[in-house]
Design a protein around this ligand. Structure first.
Ligand SMILES: *[C@@H]1O[C@H](CO)[C@@H](O)[C@H](O)[C@H]1NC(C)=O
Ligand SMILES: *[C@@H]1O[C@H](CO)[C@@H](O)[C@H](O)[C@H]1NC(C)=O
Ligand SMILES: *[C@@H]1O[C@H](CO)[C@@H](O)[C@H](O)[C@H]1NC(C)=O
Length: 309
């Protein structure tokens, strides 16, 4: 822009006069009305996600921004600086290549790692060469690993599903057919929510179960586990006992689960029960117990040791 005179109704004032007036105003400004603050978005982030450090209320006469790692403004911790005059960003020694500074002073981190956890300081340089400094902090949390569901039925007509997770300090939620599970009086949750028992199982319980573990900023859902209920226990309809059969399968998780309700045994004993072929190439194992009236089934991950007979 060409230096020019400002012309008002009463005449022209030389531009130097305006500048002087502006700097006097800046100088005499008794208290800065707004203070520079940093808002991390989010404060708790999961590994691999992005974090934006928003710079709020920077004064209007800012000429440049400089970001530092840590609660300090030491040159060797400088990440990046931005000059409003030249509209250029200059990386510093602490620049990782994952930071982007915006013309409004905000700093974006992509693909954060746990080492990024900590304080970040923004220093602004104003046109009167004074500085303003503000610090913000964010934390990066490890991702939780994907849980798996293991199911057993220890008594005929019931099923116990357990959410297996490698993480500690997690919270667990159960999902049925992609929605939060609605509990019925036939269901029971262990205190830590890792075990869901349904006793007795009914046709309406058939569907896909998932558990979701979450911790700090991350969460993970198990693969769907399909529960098929072919017969109810105890028999509620007028079906003859021999016609009742129950199957529990987990076909979507790479394992098959075989559940036998009491009614299976009738088939077995009469020789009519042919077993069934799980639709999955890695079948689960089902082990008939020696005592009639019991039928044990187990659900194993591929490669897990065989159940004890
Ligand atoms: C910016 O400053 C104004 C005035 O002091 C204040 O009301 C507002 O809350 C500040 N905003 C932030 C995000 O700090
Ligand atoms: C600064 O600019 C970035 C990118 O355009 C935007 O996402 C952010 O909201 C802006 N920050 C503020 C405080 O307005
Ligand atoms: C994110 O960072 C990790 C290492 O921390 C790296 O393995 C991965 O490739 C990065 N992802 C992207 C999209 O840059």
């Amino acid at each position: 822009m060409q230096p020019a005179s400002a012309c008002a109704r009463r005449g022209c004032i030389p531009w130097q006069g305006i500048l002087l007036a502006v700097s006097l105003l800046t100088f005499w400004n008794p208290q800065p009305t707004a203070q520079l603050t940093i808002e991390p978005m989010p404060v708790d982030a999961a590994e691999g996600t992005d974090v934006l450090l928003l710079a709020h209320n920077a004064s209007e006469n800012v000429l440049g921004y400089t970001w530092f790692k840590g609660d300090m403004t030491e040159r060797r911790h400088q990440i990046v600086s931005y000059s409003i005059l030249t509209q250029t960003a200059t990386p510093g020694t602490a620049f990782s290549g994952r930071e982007t500074i915006y013309p409004n002073g905000s700093l974006l981190f992509v693909n954060v790692t746990q080492e990024d956890t900590g304080f970040y300081t923004l220093q602004t340089t104003r046109n009167d060469f004074s500085n303003e400094v503000a610090t913000g902090e964010f934390r990066v949390h490890e991702l939780v690993t994907q849980p798996t569901i293991q199911a057993t039925n220890t008594t005929p007509g019931s099923v116990v599903m357990t959410c297996l997770s490698d993480d500690s300090g997690i919270s667990i939620m159960w999902i049925f057919n992609s929605r939060t599970l609605q509990f019925t009086e036939r269901m029971q949750l262990s205190q830590d929510h890792s075990t869901l028992s349904i006793d007795p199982v009914r046709q309406e319980d058939a569907g896909e179960y998932q558990c979701e573990v979450s911790k700090a900023a991350s969460s993970s859902r198990s693969d769907p586990f399909r529960l098929a209920v072919i017969c109810e226990w105890p028999p509620t309809s007028g079906l003859s006992v021999g016609a009742i059969a129950g199957i529990v399968t987990g076909v979507l998780v790479g394992v098959a689960l075989v559940a036998a309700l009491g009614c299976f045994l009738l088939h077995t004993r009469t020789g009519r029960y042919q077993g069934f072929s799980p639709p999955d190439p890695t079948p689960g194992r089902h082990t008939p117990a020696s005592t009639p009236g019991e039928f044990i089934f187990s659900h194993r991950r591929p490669g897990a040791p065989s159940p004890a007979p």
